[in-house]
Design a protein around this ligand. Structure first.
Ligand SMILES: NC(=O)c1ccc[n+]([C@@H]2O[C@H](COP(=O)([O-])OP(=O)(O)OC[C@H]3O[C@@H](n4cnc5c(N)ncnc54)[C@H](OP(=O)(O)O)[C@@H]3O)[C@@H](O)[C@H]2O)c1
Length: 330
């Protein structure tokens, strides 16, 4: 899995502004770090200020070490531009506070990397009465994109991107709008892998329904499967013995990636100039890969959008609700 880092080592415009959700650890940390090393302004949007500051200090220390080593491609002059903003995706109130703070800061936005996520969590519901993985992985990120796409459109750049961290787990998912919340299931019958996969399926469906509406704009949406990556992702399924064994065996047989290798597809999707205007691509190991027919089904996509807008209705402006109205009668 090792080998050469496979994203272009190019200096980025110092005004290019990139948000990485969950940039304090794992894949998000490496993504935020390398994009900052290449010169862009990076905002780590995560829930713990303490963890964010630890990450920022570590990134700065690693930058000094890379500079001393003479690492290719990283900026050599000036300081890294990297900041924290508070965001808890398990709360729509917190997510809206992040959006409002972002907009009122007057910052531009060129790349939004929806990276934060939780996997195979037990059945749980947020204060907004949504299934936890549905909200953290998909719905709250959708709210951010709906509000910040206008900021991207005003950015003055002809190349703005939204990168959605999905997963190959979407291939095991199913779409049934009446079962999105999983509240017809008891805790014991709640299939944690399937509901994780569902949340990742929704992100790919989001890519398709967004690109359909954004096709004549400067904003394009891409999605990613990072591989099996050794991060803190297993925090939420420590009690699932068979999955711990799966991760351990994957590592033993060399199928896992380290966080930097896991971040390569995200970084490449975010900054590779050859991908300007590229839409509807799901990357695995930086290469276009196939999504499943459920994800590509337009009726499913528009049905999901309608359901999602309903769940978000207290947090949308009339203009947003109108702009994103489902395109077909459902
Ligand atoms: N690792 C893999 O094998 C793998 C495979 C396929 C897809 N992915 C996807 O890759 C993405 C990154 O995962 P990772 O492996 O880097 O996992 P990780 O090390 O556990 O990092 C997850 C990040 O998400 C943040 N997060 C979790 N819940 C949040 C919330 N309510 N609000 C805001 N941030 C929250 C975490 O913040 P805290 O530190 O505060 O918890 C952390 O920054 C995820 O979307 C995951 O589904 C990973």
């Amino acid at each position: 899995m090792g080998g050469k880092v496979s994203f272009p080592r190019i200096n980025l415009d110092r005004d290019k502004t990139v948000v990485v959700t969950g940039g304090n650890t794992g894949i998000g940390y490496e993504t935020a770090k390398w994009i900052a090393f290449l010169g862009a302004k990076v905002i780590i949007a995560c829930r713990s200020e303490e963890r964010a500051n630890e990450a920022i200090n570590k990134i700065k220390a690693e930058y000094q070490a890379e500079k001393e080593r003479g690492t290719d491609g990283i900026i050599k002059d000036g300081d890294l531009n990297i900041e924290f903003m508070q965001l808890d995706l398990s709360s729509l109130k917190s997510t809206k506070r992040f959006i409002d703070a972002y907009k009122s800061s007057g910052r531009k936005l060129h790349v939004l990397i929806c990276n934060a996520g939780i996997a195979m969590h037990e059945q749980a519901y947020t204060e907004d009465e949504n299934e936890l993985m549905f909200q953290v992985n998909y719905l709250s990120h959708l709210l951010i994109t709906l509000h910040l796409i206008p900021v991207m459109k005003e950015s003055g750049s002809d190349d703005c991107r939204i990168v959605l961290l999905s997963s190959a787990a979407h291939l095991m998912a199913a779409f049934d709008v009446t079962k999105i919340q999983g509240n017809h299931l008891s805790k014991d019958n709640f299939d944690r892998l399937k509901y994780y996969g569902n949340s990742k399926l929704y992100q790919i469906m989001q890519m398709y329904y967004m690109n359909r509406r954004l096709k004549d704009t400067n904003v394009s949406v891409l999605s990613i499967h990072p591989g099996i990556v050794e991060t803190e992702i297993d925090r939420s399924f420590q009690d699932l013995g068979r999955w711990k064994v799966f991760f351990r065996m994957s590592k033993l047989f060399g199928f896992t990636k380290n966080p930097l290798e896991g971040a390569e597809s995200s970084i490449n999707a975010a900054i590779n100039p050859d991908l300007k205007g590229t839409r509807d691509v799901y990357f695995q190991n930086c290469k276009a890969s196939s999504t499943n027919s459920t994800a590509r089904n337009m009726v499913n996509q528009e049905t999901l959008l309608k359901f999602s807008l309903e769940r978000l209705k207290d947090y949308l402006t009339e203009d947003i609700a109108k702009d994103w109205m489902p395109e077909i009668q459902i």
